[in-house]
Ligand binder design. Sequence first.
Ligand code: OSB
Ligand code: MG
Length: 368
Amino acid sequence: MRIDRAVLREVPLELREFFEISSGGMQARRVLLLTLEAAGVEAWSECVAGETPGYSYETTDTAWHVLTRWLLPALVGTEVEDARHLDPVPWLRGHPMAGAAVEMAGWDLEAKRRGVSLRDLLGGVANAVPVGVSIGIQGTDGDLLDKVEQHVAEGYRKIKIKIKPGRDVDMLRMVRDRFPDVPIMADANSAYTLPGDLARLREMDQFGLMMIEQPLSHEDLLDHAQLQDRITTPVCLDESIRSLGDARLAIHLESGRIVNIKPGRVGGLGSSIAIHDACVAAGWPVWCGGMLESGIGRAHNIALATLPGFTLPGDISNSRRYWEEDIVHPEFEMVDGLMPVPDGPGIGITPRVDHIEKLTTRKAVFDA
Ligand code: OSB
Ligand code: MG
């Protein structure tokens, strides 16, 4: 089939709540949406690059540049046998989030062309996936307790709490005292360093956390290995894992025991499957993270999370947890802490194109 057309849009979406992590906060997203047209079908993906280079060096603007200057002009007009693993510029270094947008739209395209769900094309096995919620750093401890209580009542199966130095040990103790049996984990987004913070990180072992996510630098697998050797709480890697190579090295070094797989962060769904397989072979559980996506990115994440190694609840929450109104139909809503997996062709939900078009602030069109 020939890739006939690509459309890249920037769509600003306001979050229902300010979301703060150790590196900064956000109130609104500048979401990039990609559409590919081929074989009479329209495929969608979302680029997860953030507004600032605080999580990764990629941003909405670097991804816009790489996509419009390099990837989409090279892709449009080409003939492809199978739209999985689209890689229009094989010499590209880095920029996995930009590359993932193309690759993930390719999977939706291939699934729709075959008339199968993305879940089935990926080799997924579940009809619904267990999900959790990620709570940003709150203004006060009281606000945090209220949020945890609300989300536990809603049925989320894992409560992730963002931490940073000064808002960590005492705060987690308070939550644990109030909710002795709730599955809780902490995510530091690289806010700590060794050896200075070792004592503080060891104190967190007493709270029975499911894991501590990315405590140390985004490029320090060696320090993570030394930390894992000295604490009992499993270390989960997020920012450190950008490729299969990173995952293999982390497993070899024992830099943790769990990986948070975000397809956007690792260059797409093919790379996510490869990382999943390496983790399963090593006995490491994985779970699917999130980047405050719209329903389009969420649909890809849910399909990925149906693979058998995704045994821990993902950061895959209800559309309402993020948005007043999602840009897909129907919106995502879990039942008893399980997110139903759409079973229509491809991503299985419908982007609200008219609504998206009205919100669009920037658009680039590439025709064959
Ligand atoms: O570290 O997992 C993270 C959001 C933006 C940037 C980084 C992270 C997050 C989240 C949100 O934790 C997870 C979600 O989409 O619900
Ligand atoms: Mg994280």
